[in-house]
Design a protein around this ligand. Structure first.
Ligand code: ADP
Ligand code: MG
Length: 316
């Protein structure tokens, strides 16, 4: 039988073990923070453009992690600018409204009926969801589309495609699909100066006042180029660019990336993504990275640890 004083000793031991464990945990937190310090210093006052793909948004809890990461970035001194997509959500709404649409090389053919839905879903639903998620995580986000402050003046995107039967190159009419012609960064600079986080819906305004649906990766690239961003991070639903055998390619030069598109290893939605990265780094963005947005806190892993994730595209 144990005496009551023994019990007291055991209790004291338990308490000591508890507090040692707690101390070890706090020490680990301190270590994590100090390990991140060189990275925090490196990105201080730097602009990082983050594109959050429509596909990556669907996963449970992922939007919350994403929002926390963006707020953390902001609080460590980075100027994050967020661009979002919305492909699956647009697809679902078009289906609900029984509006048909198709894809050419990862770009949605968009007629008048479709562009109304595209604008509604992107600027109305998704943009505000993301703004709310960031605000709930403690940040101060402001949503804009390319129409606000004339952020993105767009022109019709002209695409050509080789007809497999005749072998002739033909233009494909994608309807109201545009590409950025001019980016006016004033509105973004105003938001950054006010210590807020800009969240951009990928809609452009034509010189004739028409509305254009722009691929969100393309918008991220144009914005990153115009802001001379330090980094552009594109979050998607795959680990990165995969080679012919389905293995992740960790590093790509612009020359290699172009070759992979030409040979067909890169297809669909990955085409505008990689083209955007190539374009952005050629226009002065230091590096562009395609990341798996399904990994919780992938932004923190990429920015604040030695461990790079996904595919990095650099000049060469
Ligand atoms: P997001 O919403 O992130 O823009 P997309 O569907 O537009 O997503 O583009 C990503 C998709 O590109 C992947 O889910 C994949 O199906 C496709 N893809 C085509 N070629 C490749 C490749 N070589 N490596 C990785 N993904 C590829
Ligand atoms: Mg896409």
């Amino acid at each position: 039988m144990t005496s009551s004083s023994d019990d007291g000793n055991y209790q004291g031991k338990d308490d000591r073990v508890q507090s040692l464990r707690q101390l070890a945990k706090w020490r680990a937190t301190a270590r994590v923070l100090t390990e991140a310090l060189p990275y925090i210093l490196r990105y201080d006052q730097k602009t990082v453009v983050v594109k959050y793909g429509g596909n990556a948004m669907g996963e449970e809890g992922v939007a919350e992690h994403f929002a926390q990461d963006v707020v953390l970035m902001r609080q460590t001194g980075i100027d994050p600018v967020v661009v979002h997509g919305g492909g699956p959500q647009i697809g679902a709404m078009l289906k609900r409204l029984e509006i048909k649409s198709s894809f050419v090389d990862g770009l949605r053919v968009t007629d008048q009926a479709a562009i109304d839905v595209v604008e509604m879903v992107l600027t109305g639903t998704i943009n505000k969801q993301l703004v709310s998620a960031i605000n709930n995580a403690g940040g101060r986000a402001v949503g804009v589309s390319g129409k606000d402050g004339q952020l993105i003046i767009a022109k019709k995107l002209l695409r050509t495609k080789k007809n497999p039967e005749t072998g002739k190159t033909e233009t494909v009419d994608l309807g109201f699909v545009g590409e950025p012609d001019k980016v006016n960064t004033e509105v973004l600079q105003t938001i950054v100066r006010a210590d807020m986080i800009a969240v951009i819906a990928p809609i452009g305004i034509g010189r004739g006042g028409e509305t254009y649906n722009i691929n969100a990766d393309t918008v991220a690239g144009a914005v990153a180029g115009a802001l001379q961003a330090d980094r552009m991070l594109l979050l998607t639903d795959v680990p990165g660019v995969m080679d012919r055998n389905g293995n992740l390619i960790e590093q790509l030069t612009t020359t290699e990336a172009r070759a992979l598109i030409a040979e067909g290893t890169i297809s669909g939605g990955m085409i505008p993504k990689v083209e955007t990265c190539v374009d952005a780094v050629e226009r002065g963005v230091r590096a562009a990275v395609i990341l798996d947005g399904r990994i919780p806190h992938v932004l923190l892993i990429e920015l604040f640890t030695e461990h790079g994730a996904g595919t990095m595209i650099t000049n060469g």
